[in-house]
Each structure stands twice: as C-alpha cells, then as structure tokens.
Write a protein that binds this ligand. Structure first.
Ligand SMILES: C[S@@+](CC[C@H](N)C(=O)[O-])C[C@H]1O[C@@H](n2cnc3c(N)ncnc32)[C@H](O)[C@@H]1O
Length: 285
C-alpha cells in the first residue's frame, strides 16, 4: 500500500498527505484484503461504490488493478491552507492525475445516486463512515446500501472498546485515548461502531425498519494488530486530531494534544492500536 501512495501519486498528493497515507496503511490494507476475498468468492466484480470515500485514492487504485470500476460519493469538506475545500473534487483530481477511471458524486448517505447516471454496484463499501452518522441514518444507509448493491455491502469501522494499550508507554497512550474520546464525543463519532454493526440490524427491527435481509449471509471480521512501534501513525493521527479540534475550537483538546505531542514525539511508542472491524452482508445470488 505504501508503495502505491509514494509511486502512482507522487507529485499529485501534497508531501504531508503522502506521509499521512503511508503511515496510515491499515484502512487501505483491510479494504484490500476484503476486496480480494470478494473477488475470490464472486469470481467477478464489475463495479464498486465507495460511499463517503474521503480523499484517499488507494481503494480506487486497488479497484483499477483488479479491473473493477470505481464510483464514489463524498459530500464533505476539508480545511486546507486556511479554507474549506470540497473533498469530492480533491479525490477526483487525484484520480484524474493518476489516470484512474472513476465517477463521483456528492450524494449524502443515506442517499444513493440512483438518478445521477449511476447503475447499481456489485459492492457498496463504507469505511469509517457509519461511525459519523446518527443511528437512524446508519439504519437507513444500510438498508439503502443493501438495495443498491447486487452482491455485497461492506461496512468497516474502528472499535475502541478494548482501548489502546501499551506495555512501554501506558501514560502516553492513555492520554491520547482520553483526548481522542473527547474529540469523538464532541464530533458525534461513535468509537465503538466497529463492534456495533450488528446492532444496526437490531435497532432497525425495533424501529420498524425491515433490515432482516432474508437469505443473506452476514460475515463479521476483526483486524487486530499486535503491539508494535506505530509512533509515526500515532503522531499523524495526533496531528489530524489537533487540526479537527482547532477547527471546532475545543481548547481543552487542543491544549491537551499540544502537551501530549511534546511528550510523545521523543519516544518510539509501542502500542496495540484500536482494531478495524468489518461486517459484510452477502446478498443471496
Ligand atoms: C473518517 S472519513 C473516512 C473516509 C474514507 N471512507 C476512508 O476510510 O478513508 C469519514 C468520511 O465520511 C464522510 N461522511 C460523513 N457523513 C456522511 C454522509 N452522510 N454521507 C456520506 N459520507 C459522509 C465524510 O465526508 C468523510 O469523508
């Protein structure tokens, strides 16, 4: 994955984002692993729809290398050079510059772009997106994704329930976790989403939605990592959190992260990161 970021995209991504993507390899690795398994299972996948795609072009590059059409939605904005920039156009520019075929829309979940010239997709992929949505929108997004996909719906989110642990730097990791939870709390992000995918189905049923998906097969996966030196990843996440907390004017989190970074950057930090978890719903074929 790292070589993709530094190869195809050099000159396309800013230096800082190149570094961020290369140290934040895990989401791309997990999506690629799932994609490979789907190709193996279904034989052929023609089209993937990436809902809430963000600005990371690696899934598109992986789709391209596997002969899968890449379509995405991205309704968000991002602060860069002191102004808000449309994330869909950032991703679009990267994909154009890397000559990766694609199409994009700013459709917001739970909506899917049925009348924007997009056909159904074999696979709908939602990574680190449901955790940002209120539960009713999670339910609606999942049922809409299920209608939109012909083969499978893939949900991937972090699960912070076990916390991040470190045998060598427990204090630095505990403080980082405290600040991350404070930020997620203010931002309305669910840190446990990765282990709560199945509860979306329960909530749906309780609220009268039909999310039983008769005949489908539900697969749940976890991608834990061993304790290791992930200092670069931690500092990159810390920087991202700092920018988000500054934008939201969360003085306590901003000051906390400033103090944390001062202590953390000196030491190679070994820790167990929060794992990514996935739920895949395979539709009856
Ligand atoms: C943590 S980022 C993840 C981006 C990308 N999926 C990835 O894993 O690299 C969360 C993304 O969810 C998007 N998002 C938030 N609310 C959304 C909604 N209602 N519909 C679609 N995307 C949404 C944001 O714009 C942002 O790009």
């Amino acid at each position: 994955m790292n070589s993709t970021a530094s190869g195809a995209y050099s000159g396309v991504l800013g230096e800082e984002e190149m570094e961020f993507l290369s140290v934040l390899a895990d989401p791309a690795r997990v999506s690629r692993q799932i994609l490979d398994a789907l190709v193996l299972r279904y034989g052929q996948i023609t089209r993937l729809f990436d809902a809430g795609a963000g600005t990371d072009p690696r899934l598109a590059a992986d789709c391209n290398s596997l002969g899968i059409e890449y379509h995405f939605s991205e309704p968000g904005t991002k602060m860069a050079q002191g102004r808000y920039i449309n994330m869909a156009s950032i991703l679009e520019n990267k994909l154009k510059a890397a000559h990766i075929p694609h199409s994009g829309t700013t459709t917001r979940l739970p909506g899917f772009p049925s009348d924007a010239g997009f056909g159904a997709a074999d696979v709908v992929h939602m990574r680190a997106v449901l955790m940002h949505l209120p539960w009713r929108d999670q339910v609606r997004s999942l049922t809409a994704a299920y209608s939109y996909a012909t083969k499978a719906v893939v949900m991937i989110d972090y699960d912070w329930s076990a916390g991040m642990t470190s045998t060598t730097h427990p204090q630095e990791i505990a403080e980082f976790t405290r600040l991350a939870f404070a930020l997620m709390g203010f931002a309305g992000i669910n840190p446990y989403m990765g282990r709560q995918h199945q509860s979306i189905l329960t909530l749906a049923a309780e609220d009268g939605f039909d999310a039983t998906f008769p005949g489908s097969e539900i697969e749940t996966l976890s991608f834990p990592r061993q304790e290791d030196n992930y200092t670069a990843e931690l500092l990159a996440l810390g920087r991202d959190m700092y920018l988000a907390a500054s934008r939201m004017a969360l003085a306590e989190v901003v000051n906390g992260l400033r103090a944390w970074r001062w202590r953390a950057q000196e030491s190679p930090i070994r820790f167990v990161p929060a794992p990514l978890c996935a739920m895949i719903i395979h539709k009856p074929q």
